[in-house]
Design a protein around this ligand. Structure first.
Ligand code: NI
Length: 388
């Protein structure tokens, strides 16, 4: 009895407040208070405060950062999840916004502040009609997406065990507000990282014959690694390898002992991830032998490719049209998102939400057009309801 009364009172509060105005206030707060991966303490506290105030139930998981809210419908139905990532990046903001980051060198430059507020808005809207909802909706405020493995923190709990499907979103600054990028199949790539340490023998720059130079060996590896893409991978499979760091030596007349190379491999097909690791090992060890150096490869697998379920894509597209939004088939990105870890268990759909054209994500001038807030919250709510 008491519970019913509490909910009713809170529902009135949700109805009373101008949701658009509230979403904007909250968004500006989150934007001004960015926190890096695994450090999202204030962010978590603020999300909790807003949801509790609106009478939304928070599940009692003891996560260090991040939280999981639930809206339980009055009727029987499936359990769905919505994933919103909450962390920021180590970037010095140059957006010029009145509500720019208060923390120097930290910035919500990937729109995760937008994801938080869209998730809160969706939760509040679902909460306000829970009497007619079927099943339940778990809204996952996930830490540390930028660290590529924050999803593990959620998956270590049993929260996903009864979940039938999961929705995800990402801000897209290449499209106008109201445009929804929805694509069946692959939408982001698998993200793997590698480090190669090449060890030779240091000597005077004028006497290379006294040592073993690791630099030509490293340079040969950079060249040869590219042939995996052009000579080993099926020509119909998108794949790439980038060597992004090559460090060796510290002066002009000394041949250094070591060279270090680091980079990333992006693939869609699972078999290509295996192929890359195998070929990198073969190439690195073959070149090391040919140049008389020692070489060590460290292979760090990250999230797999994100794959959108066909039925969920159809629903999301249909609902976008019904909401007067513009669904478009977006291209697959060779970027990654740890949303894919959830999809190793259940079907998912990851939607690219137009947030107004401007600087790309991870740039100091990145900004969200706030007109996307209410639209996205409403849209996500409708998509989830349509799937009950
Ligand atoms: Ni992001």
């Amino acid at each position: 009895m008491h519970l019913t009364l509490t909910v009713k009172v809170d529902l009135e509060r949700v109805d009373e407040m101008d949701l658009e105005q509230k979403l904007s206030e909250w968004f500006e707060w989150f934007h001004a208070h960015p926190e890096l991966s695994y450090e999202e303490y204030e962010t978590t506290a603020k999300i909790k405060e807003i949801l509790k105030d609106a009478g939304v139930e928070i599940l009692p998981y003891s996560l260090e950062t991040g939280l999981i809210a639930i809206v339980r419908g009055a009727l029987e139905g499936p359990v769905q999840a919505l994933r919103c990532d909450i962390d920021a990046l180590p970037i010095l903001e140059e957006s010029g916004l009145s509500y720019a980051s208060l923390y120097e060198g930290k910035m919500h430059a990937c729109g995760h502040d937008f994801h938080i507020v869209a998730g809160i808005g969706c939760a509040l809207l679902l909460q306000s009609q829970k009497e007619s909802l079927k099943g339940a909706v778990k809204i996952i405020f996930q830490p540390a997406e930028e660290a590529s493995i924050g999803a593990y923190k959620i998956l270590e709990t049993d929260v996903m065990e009864d979940v039938d499907c999961i929705w995800g979103l990402h801000a897209d600054p290449t499209r106008d507000v109201g445009v929804m990028g929805i694509k069946e199949g692959f939408v982001t790539a698998a993200v793997d990282r590698f480090v190669i340490t090449v060890t030779g023998v240091s000597c005077h720059g004028a006497h290379p014959d006294d040592g073993v130079d690791p630099i030509p060996a490293g340079a040969a590896m950079v060249q040869a690694l590219q042939t995996i893409v052009t000579r080993n991978v099926n020509a119909f499979h998108p794949a790439l390898l980038s060597v992004t760091r090559f460090q060796a030596g510290n002066t002009w007349n000394v041949i250094p002992e070591k060279a270090e190379l680091e980079g990333t491999v992006r693939t869609l097909e699972k078999t290509d991830r295996v192929l890359f690791e195998k070929r990198i090992r073969e190439i690195v060890s073959g070149i090391a032998q040919a140049y008389g150096v020692k070489a060590e490869l460290t292979w760090m697998p990250g999230p797999p490719a994100t794959y959108n379920d066909a039925e969920m894509v159809d629903k999301a597209t249909e609902v976008a049209k019904e909401c007067g939004l513009q669904p478009v088939v977006n291209e697959c990105s060779m970027g990654g998102d740890d949303f894919s870890f959830y999809e190793e268990k259940i079907p998912g759909c990851y939607i690219k939400v137009g947030t107004g054209k401007g600087q790309t994500i991870h740039q100091p001038g990145f900004a969200i057009d706030q007109r996307a807030l209410q639209k996205t919250a409403q849209y996500l709510k409708e998509v989830i309801v349509s799937n009950m």
